[in-house]
Write a protein of this length. Sequence first.
Length: 153
Amino acid sequence: MLNVFATLFFIIILNFCSSQNAPDHYVFIARMTCRIPEKHNFRYRIQYFDANRFTADTKATRLDNIGNGDKGESMDNNYGILFGNAFYDKTYELYALVLHDCTKSTTKMRTIRVELDDYSVPGREWIKRFHLDITERGEQVNAQEIPHPKFNF
């Protein structure tokens, strides 16, 4: 009887380990538009995550996209790697958090959660493009300092 439980335990552990043996690669291409004339040089930060049910969400990119919009437009690329998903989870539930100051308020910023498509595991490589008009969009939050990109290594 002990051998049956030991064998079953070994098979479950082997299945868990084998499902996370290769990285899955992502390229994110975000284009943002701000239509407030006095905010054509807006600031922003984009973070990418994989949503998890029972644990904290997993950060999908090593570095955040931090930058300035120019003439009301911005385009940013980022590269992410995830090493398998949660145990017996068949898809990645990716989303982006966008913090920006494209708002008429001088003391508030806005944050938007952008749901990206679910990606089946294992897919190994995906490219996700999205365009977002951020003008006065998102939940209002207190203004935060977004560090200048050249100091964010």
